[in-house]
Design a protein around this ligand. Structure first.
Ligand SMILES: Nc1ncnc2c1ncn2[C@@H]1O[C@H](COP(=O)(O)OP(=O)(O)OP(=O)(O)O)[C@@H](O)[C@H]1O
Length: 302
């Protein structure tokens, strides 16, 4: 079967340099010179998703779930590798793509236009979006004054009315009241019946087990399991039960140890890639050559 989403050897590297000068140096030398070492928030992830699949993404805090959903929702681009989506994607995350300074009405228009809807289509769908979001008169307020639940409701209402083929739901259901969550779940089920592809980011193995046919477990930047939902959700639930039985201090120590390992692996990759003795000087020498050449041109020496 042809895939709906194909992710090939994708990594997301964060530039950890703080000052503008260090960031620029790292940028212009293609990462060869840096003060702070880069961080691989996701490392060499590959998977394929078939049309109509509902994929649950689980993992501890800081494992890389939101980074992956941002990549799938095309809010950011991979640092390495390739993502191919056959169709349009729409992301529902708290705040995803919403402009804090604009009102609810303005955000509806902006996001719908970004998803390729015409002014006429937006006018036709506006009342449905407003009704689904349950925001009533608050829709005319800037969304910076909204609670996280209100933002999530607006984000959800807009996303489901933009006809996406691929829907990415990032923790949108963990805020807000239960009645609204149930309404969203009904809507998601309707999307599933229509054969749409769904990614569902959640901390809850139970929710993933109920909603998805496939699952992936991301652990500190690595994809450690992907396949049929129930066995993975069960395995993750067992891990979480064990984790929660640990003392607060042991949990912190575990997270610290994992993060240190993740940073060590990031260092290993960057060292291998960027610290080949001669190669590391090529970008800076080329830039310097270009600079000298342009100065000579300005001086009419050629
Ligand atoms: N802009 C950034 N710059 C540097 N590091 C970042 C940035 N965004 C995220 N990270 C780091 O990348 C890793 C993955 O973060 P991400 O938010 O994707 O995890 P998550 O699994 O979604 O966590 P949570 O469940 O808490 O939302 C974390 O170590 C985080 O600190």
């Amino acid at each position: 079967m042809t895939y709906k989403v194909k992710v090939e050897n994708v990594s997301k590297i964060y530039d950890m340099n703080r000052s503008r000068k260090d960031k620029l140096l790292s940028l212009f030398t293609f990462g060869h010179f840096y003060k702070e070492k880069p961080f691989y928030a996701l490392r060499d992830i590959s998977f394929e998703v078939e049309p109509g699949d509902s994929v649950g993404i689980v993992g501890l805090n800081g494992s890389g779930k939101s980074t992956l959903s941002d990549l799938l929702g095309e809010a950011t681009v991979p640092s390495e590798g390739k993502i191919t989506i056959n169709g349009t994607s729409s992301m529902i995350a708290i705040n995803a793509g919403l402009d804090q300074e604009l009102t609810g009405v303005e955000n509806i228009k902006k996001k719908c236009l970004m998803h390729g809807l015409s002014e006429k289509q937006i006018d036709e769908r506006y009342n449905d979006i407003l009704e689904f979001s349950e925001l009533d008169d608050f829709i005319n307020q800037p969304i910076k004054s909204y609670s996280s639940g209100m933002k999530s409701r607006l984000g959800f209402a807009i996303a489901i009315h933009t006809d996406p083929d691929v829907l990415i739901i990032d923790e949108a259901l963990s805020v807000g009241d239960e009645t609204f969550s149930n309404k969203c779940i009904e809507k998601i089920k309707q999307f599933q019946k229509e054969g749409k592809t769904i990614f569902f980011v959640s901390h809850s193995a139970k929710q993933v087990g109920r909603m998805c046919n496939k699952a992936m477990w991301i652990h500190y930047g690595e994809l450690i399991d992907y396949g049929k939902c129930v066995p993975i959700a069960n395995e993750y639930a067992r891990f979480i039960t064990k984790f929660q039985k640990m003392s607060k201090q042991d949990q912190l120590d575990y997270k610290k140890e994992m993060l240190t390992k993740q940073q060590e692996k990031s260092d290993e990759i960057s060292t291998k890639k960027y610290h080949r003795p001669l190669l590391r000087y090529i970008p800076i020498v080329s830039l310097f050559g270009l600079f000298v050449y342009s100065v000579l041109l300005q001086l009419n020496i050629f």
